[in-house]
Every structure is written in structure tokens, then in C-alpha cells.
Design a protein. Structure first.
Length: 249
């Protein structure tokens, strides 16, 4: 069976992200932005950070894992006298993400890989265990907002990888069967095992595999180094019948 769709993990696969939610200067910057928009918060950001941490812990204790941030942000806005509307919460989430992000960048291979797969008619999916309210903001900043035929995020789906339910949701949106699709990701327990459970093939990105090498650690799984040539070689070995170019050609 040839490949009709490729489903990607996001963080650690198509993009790299690092955040710092403890930095006093970052919370001060967030407080400054909020005050400019008319929200009455302590300009130092210290009280804002404390309330975020307390509310986050409360949400975690209540079992809101994976879908905590909208509730946390709304409570913060209500406490400072804002309406806490969906628009305000979304705007707050964007400001929060900007203020606390240290690095957000596409992997070197991502733009060419996605563009070439798309040019060959391969359907593209994104499947990520993330809080959608910040991840969708990141997708726009990465210019990936329109890159996929299906975007399934755990906080919106109500389930997360490696559950077969979230994989089935992505496949349904893509309109393909598991035997004609491949999951690409860097996490064995979530990306690979979840894909195998639902009947997909998997391409595991592993820094420990030499560039250009292909290993077969399990049935229907290939492990490759995370670079364009290795990834495209792995996809061809899994059934991709299109001639994705090697770098530099």
C-alpha cells in the first residue's frame, strides 16, 4: 500500500520550542502589555505570575490536564475586572505565549518537506498533545496555519496520543485509512506506539541514528536521523512513490 497521507507531530518534529514561565522579566513584560490594553495588573508581574501558578496547580488537581490554560487565563482576567470573554482569553493567551517563549522555530527540513509532499498530492495532517489555545498561536507564528488538511490537538479532541481515538480522528479528517498513512514523530511511546495501535506505519526521528542510515526497530517502523535526506529516504522505504528531491538538487 502506497502512502496517501503523512501525519506529523509538531514540537520536536516540525518545530522547536522552549519557554520560560518563571522569569520575572518575562512576567513584567506581560504585565506591561496588559496594562497598555487597559487591564489593571501589578506592573511588576509578580502577582500575575503567582496567580497563574496557583490557578494552574488548581486546574491540574481538578484533572484538567491538557486543557487547563483557557480556564486559567479566564480566571485571571475575571480577577482583574475584565469580562473574560473568549476574545479576551484568546488575546491574553497570545500575549502570554509571546512573553514566555524563548525560542520558536521550524526545523530546518520542515518547509521543503511539507512543500514537496504537498506538491505530490500527499495529504498532510498534524497531531499534537498540546493546549490548542497556545499551539494555534504558534502555528500562525510559524506560518503553518494553512499547511495541513487536518489539525487535531489533544485539548480540542478530548483525548491524547497514544490513544487510538485521536489517531482515528486525524485519519477521518484526512479521509484515508491507517494502512495508507504514516505518522512522523520523535517520541516513541506517543507517536510510534499510537500509530502502530491504529494500524498506521511510523517514521521515528531519532538523533542517535546516523544521517542517511535507516534502521528497522519494529514491524512497520523505520527510525531515521532528523534531516531532510534521511526523512525522505525513510518515507520512500515506507511506501512513498513520489520522487522527493535530495537537498541541493
Amino acid at each position: 500500500m502506497t502512502i496517501a497521507a503523512v501525519v506529523f507531530d509538531l514540537y520536536g518534529t516540525l518545530a522547536e520550542v522552549s519557554v520560560d514561565e518563571a522569569s520575572t522579566s518575562r512576567w513584567r513584560s506581560l504585565a506591561t502589555k496588559l496594562r497598555r490594553s487597559g487591564v489593571a495588573v501589578d506592573p511588576s508581574g509578580i502577582e500575575l505570575r503567582r496567580r497563574y501558578e496557583d490557578l494552574f496547580a488548581t486546574a491540574a488537581a481538578a484533572g484538567r490536564s491538557g486543557r487547563m490554560l483557557p480556564w486559567v487565563f479566564r480566571q485571571i482576567l475575571l480577577e482583574v475586572g475584565a469580562e473574560g470573554s473568549r476574545e479576551q482569553v484568546t488575546s491574553f493567551a497570545g500575549e502570554f505565549r509571546c512573553a514566555t517563549t524563548e525560542k520558536l522555530a521550524l526545523s530546518d527540513y520542515a518547509p521543503q518537506l511539507l512543500a514537496e509532499l504537498r506538491s505530490y498530492g500527499i495529504r498532510l495532517g498534524l497531531l499534537s498533545n498540546t493546549e490548542a489555545i497556545v499551539t494555534r498561536f504558534d502555528l500562525e507564528r510559524l506560518r503553518l496555519g494553512d499547511a495541513f488538511d487536518a489539525v487535531v490537538l489533544s485539548s480540542e479532541a478530548g483525548t491524547e496520543k497514544p490513544s487510538t481515538d485521536i489517531y482515528r480522528a486525524a485519519l477521518e479528517q484526512l479521509g484515508v485509512g491507517p494502512d495508507e498513512s504514516v505518522m512522523v514523530g520523535d517520541n516513541w511511546s506517543t507517536d510510534v506506539e499510537g500509530a502502530l495501535r491504529v494500524g498506521m506505519r511510523a517514521l521515528h526521528l531519532d538523533q542517535n541514528v546516523a544521517s542517511g542510515a535507516i534502521t528497522f526497530p519494529a514491524d512497520r517502523v523505520i527510525s531515521v536521523h532528523p534531516d531532510l535526506a534521511s526523512i525522505t529516504g525513510g518515507l520512500r522505504a515506507l511506501g512513498l512513490r513520489h520522487g522527493i528531491q535530495e537537498p541541493g538538487r
